[in-house]
Design a protein around this ligand. Structure first.
Ligand code: DAT
Ligand code: MG
Length: 148
């Protein structure tokens, strides 16, 4: 089973979209392995987005991620990384398909309400970074109704 890191960004929290966003992943069948609301330090935001540090929008991106509390989430399930990205939709909400989280709930790339890991390797790195305390281990009873 694969795990992925999802973060509801400050605009998603402020706009009251936490449960709507979480619902998409849970309704799909993914298992919650970690969930917490937190303020993000500049250092954590910069480390999380370190691969984008040369981009002109990096400063604004870090400021945005630190501008209010976020909800950090780890989800587990078959192909959770690629399917998580598919549920979230394209980076720029102007082209995110309707039916995806970004396609349905936001308009601008700099306010795109949610993050999802882009590869299994990034997911491992991000989970270690955001959940150094570890994850919650459990097997939901619905598992045989989701997987054959
Ligand atoms: P994603 O969040 O879809 O993985 P990414 O990793 O390329 O996209 O970029 C991280 C975030 O940076 C993205 O969610 C929003 C912001 N961003 C990306 N491209 C941008 C741009 N051209 N202008 C402003 N913000 C941008
Ligand atoms: Mg990314």
């Amino acid at each position: 089973m694969e795990t992925t890191f999802v973060m509801i960004k400050p605009d998603g929290v402020q706009r009251g979209l936490v449960t709507k966003i979480l619902e998409r992943f849970l309704a799909k069948g993914y298992t919650l392995r970690g969930l917490k609301m937190m303020n993000v330090s500049k250092q954590l935001a910069e480390t999380h987005y370190s691969d984008l540090s040369a981009k002109p929008f990096f400063g604004g991106l870090v400021e945005y991620i630190c501008s209010g509390p976020v909800v950090a989430i780890v989800l587990e399930g078959k192909a959770a990384v690629s399917q998580g990205r598919a549920l979230i939709g394209a980076t720029n909400p102007l082209v995110s398909a309707p039916g995806t989280i970004r396609g349905d709930f936001c308009i601008e790339v700099g306010r795109n309400i949610v993050h999802g890991s882009d590869s299994v390797e990034s997911a491992q790195r991000e989970i270690g970074l955001w959940f150094p305390e570890g994850l919650v281990d459990h097997t939901p009873v619905a598992q045989p109704w989701i997987y054959e």
